[in-house]
Structures are given as C-alpha cells and as structure tokens.
Design a protein around this ligand. Structure first.
Ligand code: C2O
Ligand code: CU
Ligand code: CU
Length: 404
C-alpha cells in the first residue's frame, strides 16, 4: 500500500501556504506531478492558504471538497483559465478533524479531469485524534480511484500492507467519478469482523458506532476502526451493491486490499469517543425545501431543470436552519452534495437516522427520499449543490444556492 507523498507547506507570517499545480503528466493530468495528488495535512485552527496554478491547457479549478469554507473562499462557480491561478485562504474550523479531498470543479469537464488524474486527499488533525485508542491505532489513508477498469487504492490495484495490529483506523475516501463502494472486512475463515465508525464526511461521530459494512457514495468518506483478532491476512472487500434498487445488478465481491496482521500484535481498546455530536433541533427549521433528482432522455435534472450558473435555484437566510427533503424520482442512486454547509441526515424514507453525524455527501437511493438538516451558519454568497456522480454533474445535475 503506497503512502501518498505529503505536500510541503511554507510559513508566511503565521499562514501555512500550500501550492498545487495541475499540469499534464504522461498521458494524463496530475497535481504537482503525482496522481493521486499529494496529501495535504492540516490541523484544526490552522490559518492556511492554498495556491492553485492551472497549467492543464483547459479551464480548471481547485475545490477543497468538504472543508467548511465560506462560499466566497470556495467559489465553485469560478473557473481558472489556462495559465491562470487562484488562492483560497481560510482558518480550519475547530471540530472538523477528518478526511477530505480536492479535485477540479470546472463545470462540464470535471469527470474527464478527475479520470485523467486530478484528485488528492486532505487530512485534518484535531484533538479527537489524541483520544486513547485512536492515538494507538495504525492510521491508514485509503484513497479509491478508478481511472480505468480496476479500482485502485492509493493508485495501486489490490495492494497489500503489513499493519501493526490491535486497532487499524481506515480512512476511506471514495474519489471515483461515479462508483458506489460497499466496503467490509473479511477474515481468513470468511467471518466478517464489525467496523466501528468513528468519523463521517465532516467530522467525528462521537462514540464509535458498530456497523457491519459501510456504503460510500462517490465523493463520500468514512473512518472506521477494525479490531484485529488473529494474526494473518485480513481482507478489505468491495461487497455486491446495486445502484438500481434491490433487484438491480449488484456485481461480484472483490478484494480491494489485504492487510497482514503480525503474530505479536497487542490488543488496543476501542476509544470511548470524542463527545456527543451537536444535534440541531428540527423544530427550529424555518422551512422545508424539496429538491427532486430526476433523469430522462439522457438529461440529469434537479427539479426538472439542468444547471444554469446564472440562475439562483434556492435562496436561504444566513443564520437559519432548514430541512431539505431530497427526493430521488429516478431508478438509480444519486449522491447529494452541498458545498460550504455540512448537513445531518434526519431520516431516510421516514426511518429516523440512528445517530446524528455531519456530512457533505449523502447517497439518495433509487426511488427514496432523504431528509437533511441544513444550518446556514457562516459566510453567505453563491454556492452549489449537485449529484456527485461527476458525469451527472457535468450534464447539469447541479443547482445554485444563494445564502444571504
Ligand atoms: Cu466534490 Cu462540488 O464537489
Ligand atoms: Cu464539494
Ligand atoms: Cu446522479
């Protein structure tokens, strides 16, 4: 399992400066010459500036997916022309420790640029990492991409890794253009150890939640702990999952990574958890907004329309809480993604979510309705929400949100 190179930063009067250049690299594209791009390591509270230079020859941009940046910093509607550059300066929000990523956001060309090699990981460290259990866990970042036929982990097909054993923390990042990944672990005897979810997209989940497997929609991340119970191989497998409902084609189980646990590992207790996740009260919502995903005749729509960057599709008031009801009228899953404002799932088809967690990408299964709590806490300005299957986004499954 290759470790991705870390992006060096420089200090400019208390601001950590990171520079990423997108350019041709071999037959594809790369950030700073490597694909996946270098790992940007940040810490809660850091003052950071990320400078981007576009040497790709086509309009591009750099989007820091999931970091709770205000719309005026994120600027998803702006493209950087060939030879041009842009900067984003911000303070890393306290409490957002977790796994994020960066990728281009030039509407109409996002999928092509991602598949050509433009995507890289971001890890934000924070006090939650210092908890007993998490601190001792063997921390592994697994960035999934699929530039061709094979699913790659950190750029390699079906890698292996010798872990310390005890507790392994897997930071799972679905950076594919459009593959849903249902992931689980399998022991040599085919038994399936549980996963302990410690973080979703936008931060820690409080106490670890035991889950049998984890579904990651395109763009989504999750951090899970796996307890090793015996020496020897422990497989991470992609399990069958159909994006066309339970009767659809689910694919075959496939091993994506093999962890090797040494003989002499020491058990590590599970962490107690970083404290409860804040739970906004749905009774405080000022409105319920319905957003409908649809597809017909090769067009992918939101509320029956395709994206128009000059049209505002939703207006919200700063410092209010809303409920967004995302209905998927189509016979295929579509992952909803909102920039700048982390959300919490309230219920799925009327079934209350077992626990609250902050997210920025939420799968909406074929024919389902998912209700989200959306607090508009910072910034203001224009941003976007869209399906994170990049081909759908490029074809117009995106809307403009104005917060003022
Ligand atoms: Cu990961 Cu609007 O994008
Ligand atoms: Cu995003
Ligand atoms: Cu979609």
């Amino acid at each position: 399992l290759p470790e991705l190179p870390e992006l060096a930063t420089t200090d400019a009067g208390g601001v950590r400066v990171a520079a990423l250049t997108a350019a041709a690299s071999g037959p594809g594209l790369a950030y700073n010459g490597t694909s996946p791009g270098p790992l940007l390591r940040l810490r809660e509270g850091d003052r950071v500036r990320v400078d981007f230079t576009n040497a790709t020859g086509a309009p591009s941009s750099l989007h820091l997916h999931g970091l709770p940046l205000t719309p005026d910093v994120d600027r998803p509607l702006e493209h950087v022309m060939p030879g041009g550059s842009s900067s984003q300066e911000f303070t890393v929000t306290p409490g957002c420790a977790g796994t994020y990523w960066y990728h281009p956001h030039a509407h109409g060309d996002v999928e092509r640029q991602l598949l050509a090699g433009l995507a890289g990981p971001i890890v934000v460290a924070g006090p939650a990492d210092e908890e007993p259990g998490l601190r001792e866990a063997d921390d592994r970042l697994l960035m999934f991409t699929r530039p061709g036929r094979d699913l790659l982990v950190n750029g390699v097909s079906r890698p292996g890794a010798t872990v310390r054993g005890g507790l392994v923390r897997l930071r799972l990042l679905n950076a594919t253009a459009g593959d849903h990944l249902l992931l689980g672990c399998v022991r040599r005897d085919r038994s399936r150890p549980p996963l302990h979810l410690v973080a979703t997209d936008a931060g820690p989940v409080g106490r670890p939640r035991e889950i049998p497997e984890v579904l990651l929609a395109p763009g989504e991340r999750a951090e899970v702990l796996v307890e090793t119970t015996a020496a020897g191989p422990l497989g991470l497998v992609r399990l069958p999952y159909s994006v066309h409902g339970p009767d659809g084609e689910a694919g075959a189980e496939e091993t994506v990574l093999v962890l090797d646990v040494p003989e002499d590992f020491a058990a590590v207790p599970l962490p107690a958890g970083a404290g409860p996740v804040e739970e906004p009260d749905p009774a405080d919502a000022v409105r319920t907004r319905r957003v409908v995903f649809g597809a017909a005749d090769g067009a992918f729509t939101i509320d029956g329309r395709v994206f128009d960057m000059d049209r505002v599709d939703a207006r919200a008031d700063l410092d209010t809480l809303e409920i967004w009801e995302i209905a998927n009228d189509h016979a295929a899953d579509h992952p909803f993604h909102l920039h700048s404002y982390p959300v919490q799932v309230l219920d799925r088809d009327g079934v209350p979510e077992p626990f609250r967690a902050w997210r920025d990408t939420v799968n909406v299964p074929a024919g389902s309705t998912v209700r989200l709590l959306v607090p508009f806490r910072h910034g203001g300005g224009r941003t976007v929400y869209h399906c994170h299957i990049l081909n759908h986004e490029d074809l117009g499954m995106m809307g403009v949100l104005e917060v003022a």
